[in-house]
Design a protein. Sequence first.
Length: 404
Amino acid sequence: MGLDARIELRFRRGSDAGGAASAGIEALHVPLRDVGFGAGLIAHAPQQNADSSTASARHFAIARLDQVKAHFQALLLGNWSPGPTDDKYDAAILPAIVAAENDRSPALNLTLLSPKEDFASWLKATRPARARVMFPMPGNDAHYVTADIRRIGGKTSVIVIEPLSLKDNADLKDSTRDKYEKRTLPLLKKALKSDVTLSVLTVDTQKSTNDCRVFALSAAAKLADNAFLIDSLHQQNLSRQPIRTALGQDAEVLASTRKVRVLDGKGILPPAFVKHSQSRTTLSNWLKANPPAFANAGVNKKDQSLADRFDDHRKTRYDKPVHSRFMQDNLPDLEVQVRNLTFSTSIEQKRLTYLDRAIEYLRHAPEGECSRLLASMGDVSNDPPGPANLRLDDRDWGPHPDSL
């Protein structure tokens, strides 16, 4: 069977987008070249003509993204935080979202590396003159970041936007700082060519465990929107001189090794880079590091300031609400202390926006994009997304236990 032959994909049905349970096997027919097999997919001989196959692939691909959207929308409406159990859904939909964003904004020019691809090896093989790339950070392979790349005068400059902080819990084992110092920096120092200079700008916007892909997508868009500023940063980066903040100070170096340095980015980047910050403290620290006028700068189409936008997305969530409610119901004499956090859900809403745009993209996308999305979703066929499969018992943060 050649790569142009069409095969039948069969996969188990889970909950539909509205949450109703259903069972059985669905089937569609796609070109063999477009398929990467995952769990729950079984190849059979072709049965349909090409036109009906394309329509089926598109229909099922859109339905799968609708399921994922319904899953995350139900979490947000119920005031539950996404967690590690949802990470596989973000991973499955990421290629489709990147394709949709590139189609929507060709100037974005975003390349997505798979978990099996090494950033330094990719950079050495491609040597791009200009590029943006989203990749798993070496030494922390579950964590995605976005880099902007320029090749100037025979040298390569790389600017990475890191949503995590190197200051939070810095003394703890396996903290972000610990990972950078013991894994990421040594790996990059060893792998990068001598003509590459890389600076990581930390922005401290991500406090959650598994929203890095959405933060990385947002960072890619802001890098494209602020190309003139980023060009200036590349020039400073290649000079190996301190990068200057908006207040004319040297940016703080948090960690460094030959070829690579990690900088506090809060005084370097404009307001839009931190608009999705989950922490009000991050915004306060960012405002202190920038000119006073930045406090009133509009960061969205509504021309809202950072503070106003944070307030629009502010939510309070409670620690392990299902467990706390169980304790209250079964051990009424035990005083249960329930921690709470107030933070912005802006990045969770942004995920839904990306899903909406990807769904619209699949309505006219090449058939191969639909087939690839279905193959990726096959990897989660045994644990399908949807409002009926939220696994609330496993969630660390959610609504007040009394509301359950």
